[in-house]
Design a protein around this ligand. Sequence first.
Ligand code: FAD
Ligand code: FES
Length: 288
Amino acid sequence: MSMRLVAAELVESREILPGQWLQSYHAPTMAAGARAGQFVHVRTGDWSGLVLRRPFSFNTVDAATGTMTIHFRTIGRGTEWFTRLRPGDSIDMLGPLGRPFEVDPRSRHLLLVAGGLGMAGVRMLADEAIRDGRQVVVLFGASGVREVYPSSLLPDEVEYVVATDDGSLGHHGFVTELVADYEAWADQAFACGPAPMLRALAGLAVGRRARLGVAKLGRKRGGGRPLAIGSPQARRKAFLQVSMEQNMGCAVGACLGCVVMGVGGTPQRVCREGPVFASDEIAWEAGW
Ligand SMILES: Cc1cc2nc3c(=O)[nH]c(=O)nc-3n(C[C@H](O)[C@H](O)[C@H](O)COP(=O)(O)OP(=O)(O)OC[C@H]3O[C@@H](n4cnc5c(N)ncnc54)[C@H](O)[C@@H]3O)c2cc1C
Ligand code: FES
């Protein structure tokens, strides 16, 4: 499905956590073509002088009803503008953009790791995986209980494990500390969240093969010749895929505003080569 420019009509808008909104839009062609990990670039109101579009992940899509949702936090003028929209209002959406998560057909057990708003980036993958008969564990990290994504918004089939920095709910500590309990169980892992969380997970993924011991028997992932950076095969073979968020200008590969450094010093545009990368495709210490 190719990229489209569509007029999407707001169906429902509600605040699900303090300053975090879930909006549902009627956009049938967009909903039919989207895959988990992709995003839309949305125009805010011209009248306010906000001409730049804002990127949001596909949070969920429902092709049957032709609707899709976005989940966002109000951090500036653009996102605040969205909260003032009312059902029936129409906005201009460009998408689906970017490369999606790739699930190996052999993978039965998927580990999803979300830090805060990162839930918006991996949420749709849970739906896709369950529809395809896979088992899904979602590890979610937040600063405290007031920031915890409601379990009622996840499919019932998901095992949901929460960590909070202040210990007010679930594990007391970082979400990355929960990974050890699942790394042998998981065939593949997928993450979205703050850059330090992604960097820590990428480090864990590097050491995983050595730690697995007997559990890695029969797993062939990661062997063989290196695959081209950005290829679907490279993502499918990786244990960990990450969805990255950089500030974006054009979102179509032209302005180079969203570049991160790939291994071997090859700049990677998050909007075109990403936002999903195999974790070992990124030079995490390059400080982009
Ligand atoms: C591929 C992609 C998918 C995204 N998906 C989501 C999503 O599903 N939900 C969601 O809430 N947000 C998402 N974002 C981030 C979102 O685009 C920004 O929060 C939004 O553009 C901010 O617009 P604003 O006008 O409200 O804030 P601005 O006035 O533009 O910025 C306010 C403050 O936030 C900082 N900021 C702006 N954009 C980003 C960013 N991308 N990353 C980190 N800091 C930023 C600015 O530097 C500034 O300090 C995504 C970003 C990308 C690149
Ligand atoms: S935002 Fe312009 S190249 Fe990615």
